[in-house]
Design a protein around this ligand. Structure first.
Ligand code: SAH
Ligand code: SF4
Ligand code: F3S
Length: 443
């Protein structure tokens, strides 16, 4: 009689890099006989892959751990693990606060997860948050099947920029780029399994500097090499820092058909005073110039950004400068956050905090402007023809959903559509969070 496979439930918080890491951990555990389940009640092991970026994100992990208590009471050999950036930042402290946690694995040690699970089976409670000398990617199993036509691929990790508000340099460590050859091999394997769009991931992905067979490769070179892979139709990358947006990468946007015209380029604030205090190392004017250059190379480029309101010392004028910058750029989408002081970061020590109600009001005002811009970007699509890569059936009979070149969800009816089909679509209408379209030609 064969043993029934054990079940693993993974909950992922935070950024796309965590999504990628969760997949890799699932594969590593798959090799040890664990199958994924969506239902924590069915699980033999629950793994929380956590985010430390804002206080809310980190506290959510503790409340979710509290909610696992009845599961553990009902099934005492249920294993509970904490991975990701809270694990990296808080380590042993997590087990002090939540004794039901069996293991804590930092963001660079996932290749050790199966051994740690064995240690738990022996009655140990391992915590591993050292930054290891070896590369975790070399020690994780190669990626099996891809069920979807799109995939994430981490090419760069960590950050050396030390923005005054941000925990990432502490939770992900120093900037490291994976060698170009290894990225190409992983991409080729994904394409062989049916992937047609790859999003290259990194906390500072455009600061990528990987070792290539003929010297150092920047992101532009990596993109151009990836574009040579037959069957790979679309390349995206995220997240970028304005200071690493070099001419070679801008030129790749002008010339490389497979590189999509959508760029997430966070600026955080439109006030030079605040940008300086944030240690962003550029001015609002630098950013606007850069956007002009990018749009000169690729006129249809759609931009998205990240903003923080209520950074310590932010005045009404600083906030007005941010609104002005948003008006000048005209974003297709933007993500905005109320400043959250993070332990260990320089800004957390500042006493000139912005009152919560002021920050709340600014956030609402900013989001209202961004919503208007987003809506007008959606409406501006009506009548245009775009590529759509189909991903899954829609809710209505015969309807399919895919993503446009600009990363918008598009609903289309069509015979013979299936995941992985890339087709030309004319946009016919808009809904709050998606577009409707019709096929222009056979695919
Ligand atoms: N590497 C990316 C961002 C990583 S974090 C970059 O450089 O842009 C994602 C976003 O979270 C940031 O762009 C920022 O807008 C927001 N963020 C980071 N730390 C924050 C904090 N302490 N409080 C509020 N928002 C924060
Ligand atoms: Fe954080 Fe700044 Fe690094 Fe982005 S560039 S990860 S915001 S420190
Ligand atoms: Fe969060 Fe870590 Fe990503 S702090 S945003 S999960 S790098």
């Amino acid at each position: 009689m064969s043993e029934t496979p054990k079940k693993l439930h993974i909950k992922t918080y935070g950024c796309q890099m965590n999504v990628y890491d969760s997949e890799r951990m699932a594969e590593a555990m798959g090799a040890k006989g664990y199958e994924l389940t969506d239902d924590p009640a069915q699980a033999d092991m629950v793994l929380l892959n956590t985010c430390h970026i804002r206080e809310k994100a980190a506290e959510k992990v503790y409340s979710d751990l509290g909610r696992l208590k009845p599961f553990k009471d009902a099934k005492p050999d249920l294993k509970i693990g904490v991975a990701g950036c809270v694990a990296q930042a808080e380590g042993e402290e997590i087990r002090r606060r939540m004794p039901l946690v069996d293991l804590v694995v930092g963001s660079q040690n996932y290749h050790r997860l199966p051994d740690m699970v064995q240690a738990v089976e022996r009655g140990e409670k391992p915590v591993d948050t050292e930054f290891p000398l070896e590369d975790k990617f070399d020690h994780l199993p190669s990626r099996p099947q891809a069920a979807r036509p799109t995939a994430f691929l981490t090419v760069q990790e960590g950050c050396d920029k030390f923005c005054a508000f941000c925990v990432v340099p502490y939770t992900r460590g120093a900037e490291i780029s994976r060698p170009g050859g290894k990225v190409l091999t992983e991409a080729q394997k994904l394409v062989d399994k049916g992937v047609r769009e790859i999003t290259l991931l990194g906390q500072n992905v455009n600061g990528y500097h990987g070792e290539g067979p003929d010297g150092d490769w920047g992101l532009a070179r990596l993109v151009r090499e990836l574009a040579k892979i037959d069957g790979l139709e679309r390349i995206r990358y995220t997240t970028s820092h304005p200071n690493d947006m070099d001419d070679a990468l801008i030129a790749a946007h002008a010339e490389e058909r497979k590189l999509m015209p959508y760029l997430h380029l966070p600026v955080q604030s439109g006030s030079d005073r605040i940008l300086k205090a944030m240690n962003r190392k550029h001015t609002a004017e630098d950013y606007l110039r850069l956007i002009e250059k990018i749009r000169a190379a690729r006129p249809d480029m759609m931009l998205s950004g990240d903003f923080i309101v209520g950074f310590p010392g932010e005045t009404d004028q600083d906030f007005a400068d941010t609104m002005e910058l948003i008006r000048a750029v005209n974003y297709g989408a933007a993500f905005s956050f109320k400043y959250s002081p993070r332990p260990g970061t320089p800004a957390a020590d500042r006493k000139d905090v912005v009152p919560a109600e002021v920050a709340d009001a600014r956030l609402q005002e900013l989001q209202a402007l961004v919503t208007l811009q987003q809506r007008s970007a959606q409406e501006g699509m009506v009548g245009r023809e775009v590529g759509v890569l189909f991903e899954k059936p829609g809710r209505l009979e015969g309807q399919w959903v895919g993503k446009s070149d600009y990363l918008q969800a598009v609903h289309v009816r069509g015979e013979g559509l299936r995941p992985g089909i890339l087709a030309r679509v004319r946009i016919t209408g808009t809904a709050p969070n998606s577009l409707a379209g019709e096929l222009v030609a056979d695919f």
